[in-house]
Every structure is written in structure tokens, then in C-alpha cells.
Design a protein around this ligand. Structure first.
Ligand code: AHR
Length: 567
């Protein structure tokens, strides 16, 4: 069992806070609470961070294993309930988490994919050897993806192929997606005629433009996207984005390929190179990928279902690297790139092989309560950096690494991570505010282990994380609540220790709180096809503090979402 380590500075701070409130109020109940508390949370509404973009809850699907074929696409003639060939359970679940943006077709797959292969009558589409060593029938292509987005109510985010297709194909993909329907004026004297690619799109069933805003200019260019240096990529980025077609008020948001994990050198060099030319290219976001993998102990990258206490703490400690990654790259981008935001378009837990749904379901893995805690830790980190992160895409939505759903033929279940996404919905669109969490940290028992070797090259570049926050979370003030509704999400990673916590809001009084908690006595708990409801959140009984502050007991290994009413 790892030793809890006290941060002397924060302990003194919390003691001072507690003493000050005691002196002011002289309440016996408060005195008891303050002395018995294991932790303190002070929310400071006067210190706003930024609006929490709903896009922080975005998704990613790739032609990989059973993600698209079987996960998303079952085909129109399937006996599995579907809407135009798309698995109905997938659509319903994505709607339940109000998925704002969906990224496709990869991942590494994107840089070997020709978007034209997925057009036209399905029976006539080519079957190709694809990136992840599987043959792709191309039954699921651009139109099927766009229909998936509209069925969900999500915006599309396309990752372009810059390794094996020239820039012209990228321009034409933009044109195919966004050129207006119908006849448009041509050169001065010529009569108005339809745009040829828009006409092809219409002939393929979709006259109205797809109006795609988000464009990833390649993927992991330092690896599967072409083994490029930042300088080589900067030149390619400039070429691909310089003179792209634009339509009326349509705003293209280009996302440049960012670093491998915490490789800040990539970011520095990329920005230096992009700025070395006086004409700066259009750039909306910098893509960042970070997968959390376990230590090199029994299993290369850890096992999704079998783990001991030390491996559990190690994994959650490594989830904390997301904070370093965000701040390191933000710093590396420099002050004159403050109009560019980070796009964490791949994140999640990545374990070693062993829990795949079957041989054809490459990179699919089970998800336990541990992964629910990892989700909470990560989403809270995004909120705390709402001013820096514009979008984040969990990898991947179904049948893959950190999935919200698992599906195999007619079997389906949501994972514990799905529940966390649901519980955190009220934060979206709210104003993130600073919240000071004061609690003993937990030593990472595996911090001295060798650097991990994982299923992803990003893993190797990650330093060791020696401690884990004993309690962490984020706070936001709901829009249109006149400052009276506070959303507070809290993760208690202790396996056996409940954390009695005093919650105070600076400059306000807590009138009441309601909430939801996700926890199980065994962190290995997970849903499977036979037990799809094994892990379920439950309501926290209404809390009515008498003192204006709340004392709440956060159960071991739990994620809690509180909606707090202030007066
Ligand atoms: O999500 C699986 C893979 O991880 C993606 O294809 C790639 O971008 C990353 O390395």
C-alpha cells in the first residue's frame, strides 16, 4: 500500500484556512468538520479560467480492428438494429453523451487512405490493404461518416492524408465536402455551372455541402505520418494549407500535427519553422497525443483487467502527465502563438494485449473502474486548462483503447468511462474557475521502475511520475445561472481511504448540493456483454449544509459530480 505524503505547504495553507473560518464563525460543527477533514476544496469564482468548450468531449473512430466494421458500421441489411447501416446502439450512446465532434478516418490509417476509394456504389468500391494489416472493403466511406455525424448531431473532423497523397487531393477533398450545391458563377463571361466535385457529391447522394470546419493536416507526422522532422513537416503544412479553397463564410480550422507525448522540442521547432517565413500559415490548433500506459512490470504496457494496487496507482499517476503535457506545449508554443489552441485528439489508457474482443478486434481492450477514474482525472485536467485546450478526442469511441462502448455482432455494452462522460456533461459551456484542492499526495509505488515500453511509441518518451494527487477535480460556474450554480467534479483515487472533505466557495455560501457518484468496492469492476450494468452511477443524497460549507465523504476509488447551489 503506498504511503500518503503530505505537502507541508498545502497542509499549512489548509490549516490556516480552517482556523480562519473557525475564528469567523465559531461554529462547533464547523470546528469538528475542519479538524476531521482529510482534504479541503476551496472554489474561487472570482478567478475564471475560461469557458469549457463542449468540444473537450469529442470522439475519434478509425479503420482499425473492430472500430468501424462491426463497431460503427454493420450494414443496412444487418439483423443488428441500425440506421442506414450504422449501429443504432452506437448512435444512441453518442447522443447520450452529446458527442460534439467526431474525428475520422485515423489515426495512422489516415495517411494511407484515399478518400475517393469510399465513394460511389458500395459493390464497386475497391478493397485495399490498409494500415492496420487488414483489408478494407471501403463499405464505410466519406458519405457514411457524414451520415454518422448527422445521426449523432456531431461535427465532422477529417484527418487528411499528407504522407501518400499530394496536396491537390487535400484541396479537392475540401472542395468535395464544402463546395456549394447548384450552379455557381464561373469566369466572368461563362454561364453559371455546378462545381464538378459538388455535382459528384450530389450524385453520390448528398447535394448539400458537408461544411467541414475541422481539418487535421496529417497525423503523427513524426511516426506513421511520414517519419518527418518538425522542419520537414512545417514545409508540408505550409504547402497543404496555403491556398485551400474557401466558400463564402466558411471557416476552415486547420490542426497541425503536434508532438509525440511530452516532446516539447518538436513543438518549439515546428513553431520556429512555421514562423521563419514572414507569411504565417493559417493554424487553429496543435494536435497533441498522449496515451497512458502502465509500467513495464508483468505485462509490457500493463493489463486492462489484471492489475495489483501498485499498478493501479502507477497508471493513475501517469494520467497526471496530461497536465505537464498541456503546460509544456503551451509554453513551447510561445507567447506569439496565443491564438492557437491545443487539440488533444487522441487520449486514453493503452494496455498490452490480452482482453481483445477477438482476433479481428485489434487494439480493443476492456475498461474497468480504473479507467473511469483515469477519465475523470483527464477531463478535470482539461477543464483546469480551458483557456488552452480547444478540443479533445477520446481514443477511440468503440471497440478500441479507451472506449465508451464495446460491441460484437449483436452484443453491446457501455463501459465505466461512458458514465463519467455523462456525469461531467454539466461542465460543458460553463465557466471553469480555479479550485484549490488540498490533500495528502500518494506516492507512486512504481515510480522507480524502468521506463515503460508500451503499445504506442509515445509511451517511451514519458518521464516517471512519482506522486498522485490524493484528491483532484475541477469546478465551473454554469452559464445563465447568475453565478449561483457550481459544478464540482472530484476524483478520490485512494483504494481504501474515504476522503472527508470540507468544500468552501470563496465569497459565497453553499445552500445545497445534489450529485452522482461512480464507485465500486473492487476497481477491477467492469461491464461486459453478460453484465452490461455491473458498473452504474448512483445518486448522492441531497446535501444541505447548515454552515454554508459542505463536508462530504468521497468514497474510495470514486468519481463524484456535484451540482452545488450558492446563495
Ligand atoms: O489510436 C490508435 C493509434 O494511436 C492511432 O492510429 C495513432 O494515431 C496512434 O499512434
Amino acid at each position: 500500500m503506498p504511503r500518503a505524503r503530505s505537502s507541508r505547504r498545502s497542509f499549512l495553507k489548509s490549516s490556516t484556512l480552517a482556523a480562519a473560518s473557525l475564528a469567523l464563525r465559531g461554529s462547533h460543527a464547523l470546528a469538528q468538520a475542519a479538524t476531521q477533514a482529510d482534504a479541503h476544496i476551496e472554489v474561487i469564482p472570482a478567478e475564471p479560467i475560461g469557458t469549457i468548450a463542449p468540444e473537450l468531449y469529442s470522439h475519434f473512430i478509425e479503420h482499425l480492428g473492430g472500430v468501424i466494421y462491426d463497431g460503427v458500421w454493420v450494414g443496412e441489411s444487418s439483423r443488428i438494429p441500425n440506421i442506414n447501416g450504422i449501429r443504432k446502439d452506437f448512435i444512441d450512446t453518442m447522443r447520450a453523451v452529446q458527442a460534439p465532434v467526431l474525428r475520422w478516418p485515423g489515426g495512422c490509417f489516415a495517411d494511407s487512405y484515399d478518400w475517393r476509394d469510399g465513394l460511389g456504389p458500395r459493390g464497386k468500391r475497391p478493397a485495399r490493404s490498409a494500415f492496420w494489416s487488414q483489408q478494407d472493403t471501403n463499405a464505410y466511406g466519406l458519405h457514411e461518416f457524414m451520415h454518422t455525424c448527422s445521426a449523432i448531431g456531431a461535427k465532422p473532423y477529417l484527418a487528411a492524408n499528407i504522407r501518400s497523397l499530394p496536396a491537390r487531393d487535400f484541396y479537392q477533398l475540401i472542395e468535395y465536402c464544402n463546395a456549394p450545391a447548384g450552379s455557381v458563377p464561373s469566369n466572368s463571361a461563362a454561364p453559371a455551372v455546378p462545381n464538378t466535385l459538388a455535382a459528384e457529391r450530389a450524385a453520390n447522394g448528398d447535394p448539400a455541402p458537408f461544411n467541414v470546419d475541422y481539418w487535421g493536416v496529417g497525423n503523427e507526422t513524426w511516426g506513421c505520418g511520414g517519419n518527418q522532422t518538425p522542419e520537414e513537416y512545417a514545409a508540408a503544412y505550409r504547402r497543404f494549407t496555403a491556398w485551400t479553397p474557401g466558400y463564402d463564410n466558411h471557416h476552415l480550422r486547420f490542426v497541425a500535427v503536434g508532438p509525440n507525448g511530452d516532446d516539447a522540442d518538436w513543438t518549439r521547432r515546428l513553431f520556429a519553422s512555421l514562423r521563419s517565413n514572414p507569411v504565417h500559415p493559417r493554424l487553429w490548433g496543435l494536435s497533441v497525443h498522449y496515451y497512458t500506459s502502465g509500467s513495464a512490470t508483468k505485462f509490457a504496457a500493463g493489463d486492462a483487467l489484471q492489475f495489483n494496487d501498485a499498478e493501479y496507482y502507477d497508471m493513475l499517476a501517469r494520467a497526471g502527465f496530461m497536465e505537464n503535457i498541456i503546460t509544456d506545449h503551451w509554453t513551447a508554443m510561445g507567447d506569439n502563438a496565443r491564438n492557437v489552441r491545443l487539440v488533444v485528439d487522441e487520449w486514453g489508457a493503452w494496455y498490452g494485449k490480452g482482453t481483445e474482443l477477438g482476433p479481428a478486434y485489434n487494439l480493443s481492450q476492456q475498461s474497468t473502474m480504473r479507467d473511469a477514474l483515469l477519465s475523470g482525472i483527464t477531463l478535470d485536467t482539461f477543464h483546469r486548462h480551458a483557456d488552452k485546450v480547444a478540443m479533445a478526442n477520446v481514443a477511440q469511441s468503440i471497440n478500441c483503447l479507451h472506449s465508451l462502448m464495446l460491441a460484437q455482432e449483436d452484443k453491446f455494452t457501455v463501459t465505466p468511462a461512458f458514465h463519467v462522460f455523462r456525469m461531467y456533461l454539466p461542465h460543458r459551456g460553463s465557466q471553469a474557475v480555479r479550485a484549490q484542492f488540498t490533500a495528502d499526495t500518494i506516492d507512486n509505488p512504481l515510480a522507480v521502475a524502468e521506463s515503460p515500453v508500451g503499445g504506442n511509441s509515445a509511451v517511451g518518451s514519458i518521464r516517471k511520475k512519482t506522486t498522485l494527487a490524493g484528491l483532484s477535480g475541477s469546478a465551473s460556474i454554469a452559464a445563465n445561472s447568475n453565478g449561483k450554480t457550481l459544478n464540482l467534479t472530484v476524483v478520490n483515487p485512494h483504494l481504501t481511504r474515504a476522503m472527508t472533505t470540507e468544500i468552501a466557495v470563496r465569497g459565497a455560501t453553499i445552500a445545497s448540493a445534489i450529485g452522482t457518484v461512480l464507485n465500486e468496492t473492487d476497481v477491477h469492476a467492469h461491464n461486459d456483454f453478460a453484465h452490461p450494468h455491473a458498473v452504474q452511477p448512483r445518486a448522492v443524497p441531497t446535501l444541505n449544509p447548515a454552515t454554508g460549507k459542505l463536508v462530504h465523504n468521497f468514497t474510495p476509488a470514486s468519481i463524484t459530480a456535484l451540482e452545488i447551489t450558492l446563495v
